[in-house]
Write a protein that binds this ligand. Structure first.
Ligand SMILES: Cc1cc2nc3c(=O)[nH]c(=O)nc-3n(C[C@H](O)[C@H](O)[C@H](O)COP(=O)(O)OP(=O)(O)OC[C@H]3O[C@@H](n4cnc5c(N)ncnc54)[C@H](O)[C@@H]3O)c2cc1C
Ligand code: FES
Length: 272
């Protein structure tokens, strides 16, 4: 099957509405665990249009700040009680400053952006299998909600502290397999090793895969002879297809993660 028919059979990307730029007021900013926080922000207009889809992302900027100047990309995690929720991990300047946001502070948001995960259509009779590494869990979280408990989740992180919301995830999945680098939760080692073990006695063609995480993990998943989708977290500058800073190599040339992605067919991306 060619990759084009794979996507068009399952997602009507033509119906995705254009992104909006809006200001939002911080409602809450809570520590989840370790370096992970959830930011909740309500659009000043009081409503949220268009509704984001699993796999899409937002560019988020700190209001009135010149440094950092550029907005940063964050996955659509969820919307609750009219507030957009972002699950973020502190890694550098912007995310460090985000941690300081308090109720009533303003943020500037552009989105939703990018193409969502195609839900089973092609693959309707296949079992959805979701693989998340690190903060990649933010991307697949709304997908797991949309799959209504049918998916098997493989979730890996550095340590127990970096495997967040596991109780909630347990209730959202048919099976939850954890892996950590230090062995403090689940299997000690790479989540892709757990995945490989899972397939020891199963037919790969019975499954459709969705994966988001670091490039090393995505490369390993793509090398396992499976079919499905990955979401790339390539660094971004503009988020709207102008700067070409987020281009990744695919079998049909370079493609922009922010415009043609971040979700790609697994067999389309070329990892080097
Ligand atoms: C489509 C997309 C969705 C994303 N969703 C989320 C999300 O839901 N939650 C979340 O916490 N993060 C997410 N990220 C990553 C997030 O955008 C970066 O962590 C953030 O931009 C870092 O900003 P900073 O100023 O704190 O760090 P910087 O000071 O810009 O960088 C600090 C360090 O992190 C590295 N870094 C920066 N961006 C990335 C990246 N994209 N991948 C790997 N390393 C990076 C830099 O090389 C540097 O070493 C997403 C990225 C993309 C492209
Ligand atoms: S981030 Fe500028 S083109 Fe994608």
């Amino acid at each position: 099957m060619n990759t084009r028919s794979l996507r068009s059979a399952s997602t009507d990307t033509d119906t995705i509405q254009p992104a909006h730029l809006f200001k939002a007021r911080v409602k809450e900013n809570i520590k989840v665990s370790g370096r992970f926080y959830i930011l909740k922000a309500t659009p000043e207009t009081g409503f949220f249009v268009p509704a984001p889809l699993p796999g899409q992302f937002f560019m988020l900027g700190l209001d009135r700040r010149k440094d950092p100047l550029l907005k940063r990309p964050f996955c659509y995690f969820r919307v609750r009680d009219g507030a957009l929720e972002i699950l973020y991990r502190i890694v550098g300047k912007a995310t460090f400053l985000m941690r300081e946001l308090r109720e009533g502070d303003r943020v500037e948001v552009l989105g939703p952006l990018g193409n969502p995960y195609p839900l089973p259509g092609w693959g309707k009779h296949k079992k959805p299998l979701v693989v998340a590494g690190g903060v990649g869990i933010a991307s697949v979280f709304p997908l797991l909600e949309a799959l209504k408990g049918k998916a098997v989740l493989f979730y890996g992180g550095r340590s127990r502290d970096e495997l967040v919301l596991t109780d909630e995830l347990q209730g959202m999945t048919s099976e939850l397999h954890l892996a950590s680098d230090d062995g403090s939760a689940g299997f000690k080692g790479a989540v892709t090793d757990v995945l490989a073990d899972y397939f020891k006695d199963k037919k790969k063609s019975d499954f459709i895969i969705y994966a988001c995480g670091p490039n090393g993990m995505l490369k390993a998943v793509c090398g396992m002879g499976l079919r499905g989708y990955i979401s790339s977290e390539e660094k971004m500058a503009c988020g709207i297809g102008v700067c070409l800073g987020c281009a990744i190599k695919t079998r049909s040339g370079f493609k922009r993660t922010c415009k043609e992605g971040p979700v790609f067919d697994m067999d389309e991306v070329v990892f080097e």
